[in-house]
Write a protein that binds this ligand. Structure first.
Ligand code: ZN
Length: 369
């Protein structure tokens, strides 16, 4: 059985009542996977057993002690000078909240547990409450306090010489990219809506890594209205070549569900089944894999996309119709999409041309290195 790390403490990670990052998306995913009967048959549902002290040591692989102290202070309501310096602000993406340290610790713990499971011999482990890819070493960003994918990569590097990070979230995986930007032993690949249109405003094709690590940072920015066909075409053109060249020994997979056409935060137009092709491709590599969640803000799409992703990675085909006894069966009747987004032809044409330009540039880079 594949370890699936989860704790109800993950559901405490909520910046405010009105914040788009809703813990309910995790609870519903858990219930849907449960309804399909995967726990106890294919997946072993486990609480991470890490102590707070130990989790802090893991956080310090990537983050500064000063930043950790600031997060702890904010978490107990201490007034902090220049809170925005650390990425927090009451009116911004990351409003401080009491209990933030414990809540952030929860997803760090599940991801660390998954990373150790894979480092110590499991071929796959899940931390679907993780994948918070925007956090910087000393700054919160984009709903992310700590960068658990980067911590997972650092843990895997203890056993695997070359680690790849694949990020299929709507947004650029900037925190992970910058943390390993000068590390030639870590490949970061992100396919996302381009920084011209969307937060965090980075992830352009010419962000390629520095020094010896040049060519180990790969970005495929795509235009608004990009659909399944364009997204998958760009993915196939670039990602397999990047992996082929890098020859990774292990994988950290960030599976943000926000490229979906019903997601409120972005403008990509993917369906669940279109997005899932990248997950199936990742599985086909046969690499030891730490599988993470990420973004995703539509409560009727995230639970089913992650259920599909989890099933795909463990190699199970689920009936498309969700079980009758699933709490949201009425609102999520099927796993895949049976409707497709309507796209204005000229917008689609622009998205296609934009993708072709990015791919042409990246293929030159990949052939030239
Ligand atoms: Zn995202």
């Amino acid at each position: 059985m594949v370890p699936f790390f989860y704790t109800s403490q993950l559901e405490q990670y909520q910046f405010s009542e009105s914040h788009p990052l809703k813990p309910m998306r995790l609870r519903l995913m858990l219930e849907l996977i449960e309804a399909y009967g995967l726990f106890g048959s294919s997946l072993c549902l486990q609480e991470p057993s890490l102590s707070e002290e130990r989790a802090t040591v893991e956080i310090l692989r990537v983050h500064t002690q000063r930043y950790v102290d600031i997060v702890k202070a904010i978490s107990v309501g201490e007034p902090i000078m220049e809170m925005t310096r650390w990425g927090f602000s009451p009116l911004g993406d990351n409003p401080p909240f009491v209990g933030m340290w414990e809540a952030a610790l929860a997803y760090v713990k599940t991801t660390v547990a998954a990373a150790y499971a894979v480092r110590d011999g499991e071929s796959l482990a899940f931390s679907m409450g993780g994948g918070l890819h925007h956090a910087m070493p000393d700054r919160a960003s984009g709903f992310c306090v700590f960068n658990d994918p980067a911590i997972a990569i650092a843990i895997l590097r203890e056993r695997f010489p070359r680690v790849a990070y694949l990020d299929i979230d709507l947004h650029h995986g900037d925190g992970v990219q910058w943390i390993f930007y000068r590390d030639p032993m870590v490949l970061t690949v992100s396919i996302h809506e381009g920084g011209r249109w969307l937060f965090p405003g980075t992830g352009f094709a010419d962000e390629l890594g520095e020094g010896e690590a040049w060519g180990t940072s790969i970005n495929i920015p795509l235009a608004p209205e990009t659909d399944d066909e364009i997204w998958w075409w760009a993915f196939q053109q670039v990602v397999p070549r990047a992996f082929e060249r890098f020859q990774p020994d292990a994988l950290v997979l960030q599976m943000g569900a926000d490229p979906h056409y019903l997601d409120p935060l972005g403008h990509l137009n993917l369906t669940a089944q279109g997005w899932l092709r990248a997950v199936a491709w990742a599985r086909s590599l046969g690499l030891p894999t730490v599988a993470l969640g990420g973004g995703g803000y539509n409560l009727t799409t995230v639970p089913r996309m992650w259920t599909l992703a989890v099933a795909t990675l463990v190699g199970i085909e689920l009936p498309d119709e969700t079980p009758d006894h699933f709490r949201w069966h009425d609102r999520i009747p099927t796993l895949t999409d049976h409707e497709t987004p309507t796209i204005v032809p000229s917008d689609r044409e622009y998205a296609r041309r934009y993708a072709e330009q990015q791919v042409a540039f990246l293929l030159k880079v990949l052939r030239g290195v």
